[in-house]
Design a protein around this ligand. Structure first.
Ligand SMILES: Nc1ncnc2c1ncn2[C@@H]1O[C@H](COP(=O)(O)OP(=O)(O)OP(=O)(O)O)[C@@H](O)[C@H]1O
Ligand SMILES: [Mg+2]
Length: 490
Protein backbone atom coordinates (compact mmCIF):
# COMPACT_ATOMS: atom_id res chain seq x y z
CA UNK A 1 0.00 0.00 0.00
CA UNK A 2 1.22 3.49 -0.85
CA UNK A 3 1.65 5.66 2.25
CA UNK A 4 -0.12 8.93 1.40
CA UNK A 5 0.29 10.93 4.60
CA UNK A 6 3.76 12.37 3.85
CA UNK A 7 3.57 12.53 0.11
CA UNK A 8 3.60 15.87 -1.78
CA UNK A 9 0.41 16.59 -3.81
CA UNK A 10 -0.80 19.09 -6.39
CA UNK A 11 -4.28 19.51 -7.93
CA UNK A 12 -4.70 18.30 -11.51
CA UNK A 13 -8.39 18.92 -12.08
CA UNK A 14 -9.72 17.77 -15.47
CA UNK A 15 -9.58 20.67 -17.90
CA UNK A 16 -13.17 21.73 -18.48
CA UNK A 17 -13.18 22.51 -22.20
CA UNK A 18 -11.30 19.39 -23.27
CA UNK A 19 -13.38 17.23 -20.92
CA UNK A 20 -16.53 18.58 -22.53
CA UNK A 21 -15.34 17.67 -26.00
CA UNK A 22 -14.52 14.18 -24.74
CA UNK A 23 -18.03 13.80 -23.31
CA UNK A 24 -19.45 15.01 -26.61
CA UNK A 25 -17.54 12.38 -28.55
CA UNK A 26 -18.88 9.26 -26.87
CA UNK A 27 -20.74 8.43 -30.06
CA UNK A 28 -24.44 8.87 -29.44
CA UNK A 29 -26.84 9.87 -32.16
CA UNK A 30 -30.12 11.68 -31.43
CA UNK A 31 -32.02 8.41 -31.19
CA UNK A 32 -29.73 6.78 -28.68
CA UNK A 33 -29.36 10.03 -26.71
CA UNK A 34 -33.12 10.48 -26.27
CA UNK A 35 -33.46 6.82 -25.30
CA UNK A 36 -30.79 7.27 -22.64
CA UNK A 37 -32.79 10.14 -21.07
CA UNK A 38 -35.94 8.00 -21.08
CA UNK A 39 -34.02 5.23 -19.31
CA UNK A 40 -33.81 7.62 -16.36
CA UNK A 41 -37.55 8.30 -16.50
CA UNK A 42 -38.26 4.57 -16.35
CA UNK A 43 -35.82 4.11 -13.48
CA UNK A 44 -37.65 6.93 -11.67
CA UNK A 45 -40.92 5.00 -11.94
CA UNK A 46 -42.56 7.21 -14.56
CA UNK A 47 -45.83 6.03 -16.16
CA UNK A 48 -45.80 8.66 -18.89
CA UNK A 49 -43.07 10.26 -20.93
CA UNK A 50 -43.64 13.14 -23.31
CA UNK A 51 -41.09 13.90 -25.99
CA UNK A 52 -41.71 17.31 -27.51
CA UNK A 53 -39.87 19.62 -29.83
CA UNK A 54 -40.42 22.88 -31.60
CA UNK A 55 -38.85 23.66 -34.94
CA UNK A 56 -37.16 27.06 -34.81
CA UNK A 57 -34.18 26.49 -37.08
CA UNK A 58 -30.99 26.62 -35.05
CA UNK A 59 -33.05 27.67 -32.01
CA UNK A 60 -35.01 24.42 -32.10
CA UNK A 61 -35.53 22.87 -28.68
CA UNK A 62 -36.38 19.34 -27.56
CA UNK A 63 -37.71 18.22 -24.20
CA UNK A 64 -38.29 14.91 -22.47
CA UNK A 65 -40.71 15.16 -19.62
CA UNK A 66 -41.77 12.41 -17.23
CA UNK A 67 -44.09 11.93 -14.26
CA UNK A 68 -41.60 9.91 -12.22
CA UNK A 69 -40.64 10.53 -8.63
CA UNK A 70 -38.61 13.67 -9.37
CA UNK A 71 -35.70 15.14 -7.41
CA UNK A 72 -35.25 17.85 -4.83
CA UNK A 73 -32.63 20.55 -5.25
CA UNK A 74 -29.73 18.59 -3.70
CA UNK A 75 -30.59 15.42 -5.60
CA UNK A 76 -30.80 17.38 -8.83
CA UNK A 77 -27.38 18.96 -8.29
CA UNK A 78 -25.97 15.50 -7.60
CA UNK A 79 -27.71 14.14 -10.71
CA UNK A 80 -26.18 16.90 -12.84
CA UNK A 81 -22.63 15.97 -11.77
CA UNK A 82 -20.77 13.89 -14.35
CA UNK A 83 -20.16 10.60 -12.57
CA UNK A 84 -23.01 11.10 -10.11
CA UNK A 85 -22.94 7.42 -9.12
CA UNK A 86 -20.23 4.81 -8.91
CA UNK A 87 -20.61 2.21 -11.69
CA UNK A 88 -19.66 -0.49 -9.16
CA UNK A 89 -22.63 0.33 -6.94
CA UNK A 90 -25.42 -2.27 -6.79
CA UNK A 91 -28.53 -1.04 -8.57
CA UNK A 92 -32.20 -1.83 -8.05
CA UNK A 93 -33.38 -4.59 -10.39
CA UNK A 94 -35.49 -2.11 -12.37
CA UNK A 95 -32.82 0.56 -12.62
CA UNK A 96 -31.68 1.12 -16.19
CA UNK A 97 -28.66 3.22 -15.16
CA UNK A 98 -25.10 2.16 -14.44
CA UNK A 99 -22.48 4.88 -14.84
CA UNK A 100 -23.93 8.08 -13.42
CA UNK A 101 -23.19 9.72 -16.76
CA UNK A 102 -26.04 9.17 -19.25
CA UNK A 103 -28.04 12.32 -18.54
CA UNK A 104 -24.98 14.46 -19.16
CA UNK A 105 -23.19 12.57 -21.93
CA UNK A 106 -26.37 11.93 -23.94
CA UNK A 107 -27.43 15.58 -23.66
CA UNK A 108 -23.99 17.08 -24.33
CA UNK A 109 -23.61 14.83 -27.35
CA UNK A 110 -26.44 16.75 -29.02
CA UNK A 111 -26.86 20.12 -27.31
CA UNK A 112 -24.78 22.87 -25.72
CA UNK A 113 -27.40 23.61 -23.09
CA UNK A 114 -29.00 21.05 -20.81
CA UNK A 115 -31.67 22.25 -18.43
CA UNK A 116 -33.26 19.90 -15.93
CA UNK A 117 -36.33 20.92 -13.98
CA UNK A 118 -37.56 18.49 -11.38
CA UNK A 119 -40.29 18.32 -8.83
CA UNK A 120 -40.41 15.89 -5.95
CA UNK A 121 -43.51 15.47 -3.79
CA UNK A 122 -43.58 18.02 -0.97
CA UNK A 123 -40.63 19.95 -2.40
CA UNK A 124 -40.34 23.14 -4.38
CA UNK A 125 -39.46 22.68 -8.05
CA UNK A 126 -35.72 22.64 -8.64
CA UNK A 127 -33.91 23.50 -11.83
CA UNK A 128 -30.34 23.86 -13.04
CA UNK A 129 -28.63 24.24 -16.38
CA UNK A 130 -25.37 23.07 -17.80
CA UNK A 131 -24.27 25.66 -20.35
CA UNK A 132 -21.20 24.37 -22.16
CA UNK A 133 -20.31 27.86 -23.42
CA UNK A 134 -20.26 29.09 -19.85
CA UNK A 135 -18.14 26.14 -18.69
CA UNK A 136 -15.79 26.77 -21.60
CA UNK A 137 -15.47 30.48 -20.84
CA UNK A 138 -14.93 30.11 -17.12
CA UNK A 139 -13.10 26.81 -17.11
CA UNK A 140 -15.27 25.93 -14.10
CA UNK A 141 -17.73 23.07 -13.74
CA UNK A 142 -20.50 25.35 -12.44
CA UNK A 143 -24.21 24.95 -13.09
CA UNK A 144 -26.18 28.09 -13.77
CA UNK A 145 -29.63 29.02 -12.53
CA UNK A 146 -31.20 29.47 -15.95
CA UNK A 147 -34.49 28.44 -17.56
CA UNK A 148 -35.03 28.63 -21.34
CA UNK A 149 -37.77 31.16 -22.12
CA UNK A 150 -40.35 28.55 -23.15
CA UNK A 151 -40.01 26.66 -19.87
CA UNK A 152 -41.95 27.64 -16.78
CA UNK A 153 -40.77 26.91 -13.25
CA UNK A 154 -44.36 25.88 -12.46
CA UNK A 155 -44.36 23.15 -15.15
CA UNK A 156 -45.57 20.69 -12.49
CA UNK A 157 -48.48 21.64 -10.24
CA UNK A 158 -48.30 21.39 -6.44
CA UNK A 159 -49.16 17.67 -6.19
CA UNK A 160 -47.50 16.51 -9.40
CA UNK A 161 -44.01 15.03 -9.56
CA UNK A 162 -41.57 14.44 -12.37
CA UNK A 163 -38.55 15.60 -14.28
CA UNK A 164 -38.23 17.60 -17.46
CA UNK A 165 -35.02 17.53 -19.46
CA UNK A 166 -34.65 20.25 -22.05
CA UNK A 167 -32.02 20.57 -24.75
CA UNK A 168 -31.44 23.95 -26.35
CA UNK A 169 -28.71 25.04 -28.73
CA UNK A 170 -28.84 21.56 -30.28
CA UNK A 171 -25.80 22.18 -32.46
CA UNK A 172 -25.27 18.54 -33.42
CA UNK A 173 -28.62 18.50 -35.22
CA UNK A 174 -29.69 22.01 -36.24
CA UNK A 175 -26.54 24.13 -36.36
CA UNK A 176 -26.82 26.85 -39.06
CA UNK A 177 -30.38 25.73 -39.91
CA UNK A 178 -32.72 28.61 -40.74
CA UNK A 179 -36.29 28.38 -39.59
CA UNK A 180 -37.75 29.24 -43.00
CA UNK A 181 -35.57 26.69 -44.84
CA UNK A 182 -37.91 23.88 -45.84
CA UNK A 183 -35.06 21.61 -46.76
CA UNK A 184 -33.60 21.94 -43.29
CA UNK A 185 -37.02 21.33 -41.74
CA UNK A 186 -37.40 18.21 -43.85
CA UNK A 187 -34.05 16.89 -42.65
CA UNK A 188 -34.92 17.65 -39.06
CA UNK A 189 -38.28 15.89 -39.29
CA UNK A 190 -36.61 12.88 -40.83
CA UNK A 191 -34.28 12.65 -37.84
CA UNK A 192 -37.24 13.00 -35.47
CA UNK A 193 -38.98 10.15 -37.29
CA UNK A 194 -35.91 7.99 -36.63
CA UNK A 195 -36.08 8.94 -32.96
CA UNK A 196 -39.72 7.89 -32.78
CA UNK A 197 -38.99 4.53 -34.42
CA UNK A 198 -36.01 3.95 -32.18
CA UNK A 199 -38.08 4.53 -29.04
CA UNK A 200 -40.83 2.22 -30.34
CA UNK A 201 -38.18 -0.47 -30.68
CA UNK A 202 -35.99 0.06 -27.62
CA UNK A 203 -38.87 0.32 -25.14
CA UNK A 204 -41.34 -2.01 -26.86
CA UNK A 205 -41.62 -4.36 -23.89
CA UNK A 206 -42.40 -1.53 -21.49
CA UNK A 207 -45.03 -0.19 -23.87
CA UNK A 208 -46.53 -3.64 -24.49
CA UNK A 209 -46.82 -4.43 -20.79
CA UNK A 210 -48.35 -0.97 -20.22
CA UNK A 211 -45.62 -0.01 -17.78
CA UNK A 212 -45.11 3.17 -19.73
CA UNK A 213 -46.72 5.36 -22.33
CA UNK A 214 -44.43 7.44 -24.50
CA UNK A 215 -45.95 10.38 -26.32
CA UNK A 216 -44.12 11.86 -29.26
CA UNK A 217 -45.47 15.34 -29.99
CA UNK A 218 -48.63 14.09 -28.23
CA UNK A 219 -48.82 11.02 -30.48
CA UNK A 220 -48.78 7.79 -28.50
CA UNK A 221 -45.90 5.61 -29.69
CA UNK A 222 -46.88 2.07 -30.67
CA UNK A 223 -44.47 -0.72 -29.83
CA UNK A 224 -42.27 -2.39 -32.45
CA UNK A 225 -41.94 -6.06 -31.56
CA UNK A 226 -39.10 -7.70 -33.51
CA UNK A 227 -40.52 -11.22 -33.20
CA UNK A 228 -43.94 -10.67 -34.76
CA UNK A 229 -45.53 -12.48 -31.82
CA UNK A 230 -49.08 -13.41 -32.75
CA UNK A 231 -48.34 -14.09 -36.44
CA UNK A 232 -49.34 -17.65 -37.23
CA UNK A 233 -46.32 -18.51 -39.30
CA UNK A 234 -43.62 -17.63 -36.77
CA UNK A 235 -41.64 -20.50 -35.33
CA UNK A 236 -40.44 -20.13 -31.78
CA UNK A 237 -37.85 -22.29 -30.06
CA UNK A 238 -37.95 -23.36 -26.44
CA UNK A 239 -35.94 -21.10 -24.22
CA UNK A 240 -32.57 -21.96 -22.79
CA UNK A 241 -31.14 -20.66 -19.55
CA UNK A 242 -27.57 -19.72 -18.75
CA UNK A 243 -25.80 -18.51 -15.65
CA UNK A 244 -28.21 -20.19 -13.18
CA UNK A 245 -31.24 -18.89 -15.00
CA UNK A 246 -30.12 -15.26 -14.89
CA UNK A 247 -29.77 -15.18 -18.67
CA UNK A 248 -32.54 -16.52 -20.90
CA UNK A 249 -32.34 -17.05 -24.67
CA UNK A 250 -35.26 -17.68 -26.98
CA UNK A 251 -35.04 -18.05 -30.73
CA UNK A 252 -37.55 -17.15 -33.41
CA UNK A 253 -37.71 -17.81 -37.11
CA UNK A 254 -39.91 -15.21 -38.71
CA UNK A 255 -42.29 -16.16 -41.50
CA UNK A 256 -41.27 -16.16 -45.12
CA UNK A 257 -42.51 -13.12 -47.04
CA UNK A 258 -45.11 -15.26 -48.81
CA UNK A 259 -46.77 -16.12 -45.49
CA UNK A 260 -47.42 -12.58 -44.26
CA UNK A 261 -49.15 -9.49 -45.56
CA UNK A 262 -47.14 -6.71 -47.20
CA UNK A 263 -47.99 -4.51 -44.26
CA UNK A 264 -46.54 -6.92 -41.69
CA UNK A 265 -43.54 -7.54 -43.93
CA UNK A 266 -42.72 -3.85 -44.02
CA UNK A 267 -43.41 -3.45 -40.31
CA UNK A 268 -40.98 -6.25 -39.45
CA UNK A 269 -38.35 -4.59 -41.60
CA UNK A 270 -37.84 -2.10 -38.75
CA UNK A 271 -35.41 0.77 -38.99
CA UNK A 272 -32.54 -1.19 -40.52
CA UNK A 273 -34.21 -3.58 -42.96
CA UNK A 274 -34.61 -7.36 -42.80
CA UNK A 275 -31.02 -8.27 -43.40
CA UNK A 276 -29.57 -5.95 -40.78
CA UNK A 277 -32.17 -6.93 -38.20
CA UNK A 278 -31.11 -10.60 -38.06
CA UNK A 279 -29.23 -11.82 -35.02
CA UNK A 280 -29.39 -11.50 -31.28
CA UNK A 281 -31.65 -9.02 -29.52
CA UNK A 282 -30.09 -8.25 -26.17
CA UNK A 283 -32.43 -6.94 -23.51
CA UNK A 284 -31.14 -5.59 -20.24
CA UNK A 285 -33.96 -5.34 -17.71
CA UNK A 286 -36.34 -5.55 -20.69
CA UNK A 287 -34.72 -2.54 -22.35
CA UNK A 288 -33.35 -3.38 -25.80
CA UNK A 289 -29.61 -2.74 -26.16
CA UNK A 290 -28.84 -4.51 -29.43
CA UNK A 291 -31.41 -4.99 -32.18
CA UNK A 292 -29.90 -7.64 -34.41
CA UNK A 293 -26.23 -8.45 -33.96
CA UNK A 294 -24.45 -11.80 -34.21
CA UNK A 295 -22.01 -10.75 -31.45
CA UNK A 296 -19.04 -11.65 -33.60
CA UNK A 297 -20.15 -15.31 -33.70
CA UNK A 298 -21.46 -15.25 -37.28
CA UNK A 299 -21.71 -12.94 -40.24
CA UNK A 300 -24.95 -11.34 -41.39
CA UNK A 301 -26.11 -13.12 -44.50
CA UNK A 302 -29.20 -12.84 -46.65
CA UNK A 303 -30.33 -16.39 -45.96
CA UNK A 304 -30.37 -15.92 -42.19
CA UNK A 305 -32.48 -12.80 -42.32
CA UNK A 306 -35.51 -14.52 -40.78
CA UNK A 307 -33.62 -15.43 -37.61
CA UNK A 308 -33.98 -13.28 -34.49
CA UNK A 309 -32.95 -14.46 -31.05
CA UNK A 310 -33.99 -12.82 -27.82
CA UNK A 311 -31.45 -12.71 -25.00
CA UNK A 312 -32.48 -11.39 -21.59
CA UNK A 313 -29.86 -10.24 -19.11
CA UNK A 314 -30.26 -8.53 -15.72
CA UNK A 315 -28.36 -5.35 -14.77
CA UNK A 316 -26.46 -7.33 -12.14
CA UNK A 317 -24.37 -8.81 -14.99
CA UNK A 318 -23.40 -5.44 -16.54
CA UNK A 319 -19.72 -5.98 -15.81
CA UNK A 320 -19.63 -9.52 -17.22
CA UNK A 321 -21.42 -8.45 -20.38
CA UNK A 322 -19.32 -5.28 -20.78
CA UNK A 323 -22.27 -2.89 -21.02
CA UNK A 324 -21.12 0.52 -22.26
CA UNK A 325 -22.24 4.03 -21.29
CA UNK A 326 -24.51 4.41 -24.33
CA UNK A 327 -26.12 1.03 -23.62
CA UNK A 328 -25.43 0.02 -27.17
CA UNK A 329 -22.77 -2.64 -26.65
CA UNK A 330 -23.01 -5.99 -24.90
CA UNK A 331 -20.58 -8.87 -25.18
CA UNK A 332 -21.33 -12.30 -23.82
CA UNK A 333 -18.80 -13.54 -21.27
CA UNK A 334 -16.38 -16.04 -22.77
CA UNK A 335 -17.70 -18.98 -20.75
CA UNK A 336 -21.18 -18.69 -22.33
CA UNK A 337 -20.17 -17.99 -25.89
CA UNK A 338 -20.12 -21.64 -26.94
CA UNK A 339 -23.55 -22.36 -25.45
CA UNK A 340 -25.05 -19.26 -27.06
CA UNK A 341 -23.46 -20.18 -30.36
CA UNK A 342 -24.79 -23.75 -30.26
CA UNK A 343 -28.28 -22.52 -29.56
CA UNK A 344 -28.05 -20.03 -32.42
CA UNK A 345 -26.81 -22.72 -34.82
CA UNK A 346 -30.08 -24.64 -34.33
CA UNK A 347 -32.27 -21.61 -34.87
CA UNK A 348 -30.22 -20.51 -37.87
CA UNK A 349 -30.53 -23.94 -39.48
CA UNK A 350 -34.31 -23.69 -39.27
CA UNK A 351 -34.13 -20.10 -40.50
CA UNK A 352 -32.36 -21.19 -43.68
CA UNK A 353 -34.96 -23.90 -44.27
CA UNK A 354 -37.79 -21.42 -44.12
CA UNK A 355 -35.90 -18.90 -46.23
CA UNK A 356 -35.05 -21.47 -48.90
CA UNK A 357 -38.22 -23.45 -49.20
CA UNK A 358 -40.49 -20.57 -48.39
CA UNK A 359 -41.54 -22.58 -45.35
CA UNK A 360 -42.92 -25.41 -47.50
CA UNK A 361 -40.86 -28.27 -46.12
CA UNK A 362 -41.87 -27.49 -42.60
CA UNK A 363 -45.55 -27.16 -43.44
CA UNK A 364 -46.99 -30.60 -43.92
CA UNK A 365 -50.71 -30.42 -44.45
CA UNK A 366 -53.01 -33.48 -44.57
CA UNK A 367 -49.97 -35.70 -44.10
CA UNK A 368 -48.65 -34.65 -47.53
CA UNK A 369 -44.95 -33.89 -47.70
CA UNK A 370 -43.64 -31.13 -49.90
CA UNK A 371 -42.20 -32.43 -53.18
CA UNK A 372 -39.16 -30.46 -54.40
CA UNK A 373 -38.25 -30.25 -58.09
CA UNK A 374 -34.54 -29.97 -57.35
CA UNK A 375 -32.63 -31.99 -54.77
CA UNK A 376 -29.26 -30.80 -53.55
CA UNK A 377 -26.78 -33.52 -52.71
CA UNK A 378 -23.09 -33.91 -52.12
CA UNK A 379 -20.77 -35.91 -54.37
CA UNK A 380 -17.35 -36.17 -52.76
CA UNK A 381 -17.10 -32.82 -51.03
CA UNK A 382 -18.89 -30.85 -53.76
CA UNK A 383 -22.50 -29.79 -54.09
CA UNK A 384 -24.67 -30.84 -57.01
CA UNK A 385 -28.32 -30.22 -57.82
CA UNK A 386 -30.34 -32.93 -59.38
CA UNK A 387 -33.84 -33.04 -60.72
CA UNK A 388 -36.12 -35.11 -58.52
CA UNK A 389 -36.88 -38.14 -60.69
CA UNK A 390 -39.98 -38.84 -58.58
CA UNK A 391 -41.47 -35.46 -59.32
CA UNK A 392 -45.00 -35.86 -60.75
CA UNK A 393 -44.13 -33.44 -63.55
CA UNK A 394 -41.75 -36.00 -65.03
CA UNK A 395 -44.50 -38.59 -65.26
CA UNK A 396 -46.63 -36.06 -67.15
CA UNK A 397 -43.78 -35.19 -69.50
CA UNK A 398 -43.05 -38.84 -70.24
CA UNK A 399 -46.73 -39.46 -70.98
CA UNK A 400 -46.76 -36.48 -73.34
CA UNK A 401 -43.50 -37.58 -75.01
CA UNK A 402 -45.23 -40.39 -76.89
CA UNK A 403 -47.61 -37.98 -78.59
CA UNK A 404 -45.36 -34.95 -79.05
CA UNK A 405 -41.72 -35.41 -77.95
CA UNK A 406 -40.70 -31.87 -78.97
CA UNK A 407 -43.42 -30.31 -76.88
CA UNK A 408 -42.69 -32.61 -73.94
CA UNK A 409 -39.03 -31.64 -73.90
CA UNK A 410 -39.94 -27.98 -74.20
CA UNK A 411 -42.26 -28.24 -71.15
CA UNK A 412 -39.55 -29.98 -69.17
CA UNK A 413 -36.92 -27.39 -70.09
CA UNK A 414 -39.26 -24.52 -69.23
CA UNK A 415 -39.94 -25.92 -65.79
CA UNK A 416 -36.26 -26.43 -65.13
CA UNK A 417 -35.39 -22.91 -66.33
CA UNK A 418 -38.04 -21.29 -64.21
CA UNK A 419 -37.12 -23.19 -61.08
CA UNK A 420 -33.34 -23.03 -60.97
CA UNK A 421 -32.58 -23.55 -57.25
CA UNK A 422 -30.75 -20.24 -57.10
CA UNK A 423 -31.36 -19.69 -53.39
CA UNK A 424 -29.83 -23.03 -52.51
CA UNK A 425 -26.90 -22.41 -54.80
CA UNK A 426 -26.41 -18.94 -53.37
CA UNK A 427 -26.52 -20.16 -49.78
CA UNK A 428 -24.15 -23.03 -50.42
CA UNK A 429 -21.62 -20.96 -52.28
CA UNK A 430 -21.71 -18.32 -49.54
CA UNK A 431 -21.10 -20.95 -46.88
CA UNK A 432 -18.63 -23.10 -48.79
CA UNK A 433 -17.18 -21.03 -51.62
CA UNK A 434 -15.00 -23.92 -52.84
CA UNK A 435 -17.70 -26.59 -52.73
CA UNK A 436 -19.62 -25.95 -55.97
CA UNK A 437 -19.07 -28.92 -58.23
CA UNK A 438 -17.99 -28.70 -61.88
CA UNK A 439 -19.93 -30.66 -64.53
CA UNK A 440 -19.51 -34.41 -64.00
CA UNK A 441 -16.98 -33.83 -61.21
CA UNK A 442 -16.54 -36.97 -59.13
CA UNK A 443 -18.78 -38.96 -61.49
CA UNK A 444 -18.58 -41.21 -64.57
CA UNK A 445 -17.59 -39.01 -67.53
CA UNK A 446 -18.66 -41.47 -70.20
CA UNK A 447 -21.87 -39.53 -71.04
CA UNK A 448 -19.91 -36.41 -71.90
CA UNK A 449 -17.34 -38.31 -73.96
CA UNK A 450 -20.15 -40.08 -75.80
CA UNK A 451 -21.98 -36.84 -76.51
CA UNK A 452 -18.82 -35.24 -77.91
CA UNK A 453 -18.23 -38.27 -80.11
CA UNK A 454 -21.81 -38.25 -81.43
CA UNK A 455 -21.55 -34.56 -82.20
CA UNK A 456 -18.28 -35.16 -84.05
CA UNK A 457 -19.87 -37.91 -86.14
CA UNK A 458 -22.87 -35.77 -86.91
CA UNK A 459 -20.77 -32.74 -87.94
CA UNK A 460 -18.42 -34.74 -90.17
CA UNK A 461 -21.45 -36.47 -91.73
CA UNK A 462 -22.69 -32.99 -92.64
CA UNK A 463 -19.45 -32.36 -94.52
CA UNK A 464 -17.23 -30.68 -91.93
CA UNK A 465 -13.61 -31.73 -91.89
CA UNK A 466 -12.44 -33.42 -88.65
CA UNK A 467 -10.50 -30.23 -87.73
CA UNK A 468 -13.54 -28.00 -88.34
CA UNK A 469 -15.78 -30.33 -86.33
CA UNK A 470 -13.36 -30.30 -83.39
CA UNK A 471 -13.09 -26.50 -83.51
CA UNK A 472 -16.87 -26.20 -83.33
CA UNK A 473 -17.15 -28.65 -80.43
CA UNK A 474 -14.40 -26.85 -78.53
CA UNK A 475 -16.59 -23.74 -78.33
CA UNK A 476 -19.66 -25.51 -76.93
CA UNK A 477 -20.58 -25.38 -73.25
CA UNK A 478 -19.72 -27.66 -71.39
CA UNK A 479 -17.57 -29.55 -73.97
CA UNK A 480 -15.06 -26.70 -73.75
CA UNK A 481 -14.15 -28.06 -70.31
CA UNK A 482 -13.32 -31.53 -71.71
CA UNK A 483 -11.07 -30.69 -74.66
CA UNK A 484 -8.76 -33.63 -73.93
CA UNK A 485 -11.46 -36.05 -75.16
CA UNK A 486 -11.23 -34.48 -78.62
CA UNK A 487 -7.69 -35.85 -79.04
CA UNK A 488 -9.04 -39.40 -79.01
CA UNK A 489 -11.90 -38.87 -81.44
CA UNK A 490 -11.32 -39.80 -85.07
N1 LIG B 1 -35.84 11.61 -14.98
C1 LIG B 1 -35.27 11.45 -13.77
N2 LIG B 1 -36.03 11.30 -12.67
C2 LIG B 1 -35.45 11.12 -11.45
N3 LIG B 1 -34.13 11.03 -11.25
C3 LIG B 1 -33.33 11.16 -12.32
C4 LIG B 1 -33.84 11.38 -13.63
N4 LIG B 1 -32.82 11.48 -14.48
C5 LIG B 1 -31.70 11.31 -13.75
N5 LIG B 1 -31.99 11.11 -12.45
C6 LIG B 1 -31.04 10.89 -11.35
O1 LIG B 1 -29.79 11.31 -11.83
C7 LIG B 1 -28.84 10.27 -11.76
C8 LIG B 1 -27.85 10.43 -12.87
O2 LIG B 1 -28.44 10.11 -14.10
P1 LIG B 1 -27.51 9.63 -15.28
O3 LIG B 1 -28.37 9.26 -16.42
O4 LIG B 1 -26.50 10.66 -15.51
O5 LIG B 1 -26.78 8.36 -14.69
P2 LIG B 1 -27.41 6.94 -14.34
O6 LIG B 1 -28.76 6.82 -14.91
O7 LIG B 1 -27.27 6.77 -12.87
O8 LIG B 1 -26.39 5.96 -15.05
P3 LIG B 1 -26.10 5.87 -16.64
O9 LIG B 1 -24.87 6.65 -16.89
O10 LIG B 1 -25.89 4.43 -16.85
O11 LIG B 1 -27.29 6.44 -17.33
C9 LIG B 1 -29.65 9.03 -11.78
O12 LIG B 1 -28.98 7.99 -11.14
C10 LIG B 1 -30.90 9.43 -11.01
O13 LIG B 1 -30.67 9.34 -9.62
MG1 LIG C 1 -29.14 7.22 -16.96
Amino acid sequence: MTEYSNVETTPAVPEASSMIETFRAIGYNVETAVADIIDNSISAGASNVWVNFEWKGSETWLSIKDDGSGMNNEELIQAMRPGSKNPLEDRGSNDLGRFGLGLKTASFSQARKLTVLSKKLGCAPAYWTWDLDYVNQTGQWNLIKYLPENLNEQEYSENETGTLVMWTDIDRVVKHFRQNDNNALEKFLHVMELVKKHLAMVFHRFIESKKIKIYFQNYLIKPWNPFLIGELAIQSFSEEQLNNGKVVIKGYVLPHKSKISDEIFRFAEGTKGWNEHQGFYIYRNERLLLAGDWLGLFRKEEHYKLVRIQVDIPNSLDGDWQIDIKKSVARPPLIYREQIKNYAVKVRAQGVEVYRHRGKTVKISNGQKFVPLWIDHKRGNKWFYKVNRDHPLLELVIAQAHADPGKAIEILLRFLEENIPSKSIYIKSAEEPEAQGFPFEGSDKEPIRKAMESMFISLTAKGKSPEEAKAIIARIDPFDQFLHYLEFIN
